[in-house]
Design a protein around this ligand. Sequence first.
Ligand code: FE
Ligand code: FE
Ligand code: MG
Length: 159
Amino acid sequence: MKRKGIEIIKADVKKVVDELNKALSDEWLAYYQYWLGEKLVKGRFRERVAAELGQHAGDELKHAGMIADRIIQLGGTPVLKPEDWYKLTNCGYEPPSDPGVIPILKQNIKGEQCAIEVYQKLSDILKDKDSITYYMVLSILKDEIEHEDDLINILEDIQ
Ligand code: FE
Ligand code: FE
Ligand code: MG
């Protein structure tokens, strides 16, 4: 049956789903980067940094869930294979190969700054066209800005 919730969208729904799958791939990679960073991080303020990384990992996983639910609601399919995360990602993945607090913080700040750009651009595309996806993207953008702020504050305290 036709869904009114999809009919009201003034954007190209297939394009919205494609953009959401790219963001979903970013979220999974960001989740893993934080999740592993929490376990590996070493050095001054280790406990504070690890706690923040763990909290951010949880937020990225929550974002992945929100995006996947919206893709399904739009009649799309969330990216089915983890190998496709690397093909679709906007922001990539930086392995935490140097576990020092400063390199870990800098890698994740870079990731957050990329995420902020991605969600800002998405919100520009969706504004006045797909209110529900727009609203979700704004709420994720708000979290990413908080993440950047938290990490920069810790880095400035350490340096
Ligand atoms: Fe996120
Ligand atoms: Fe984030
Ligand atoms: Mg935080």
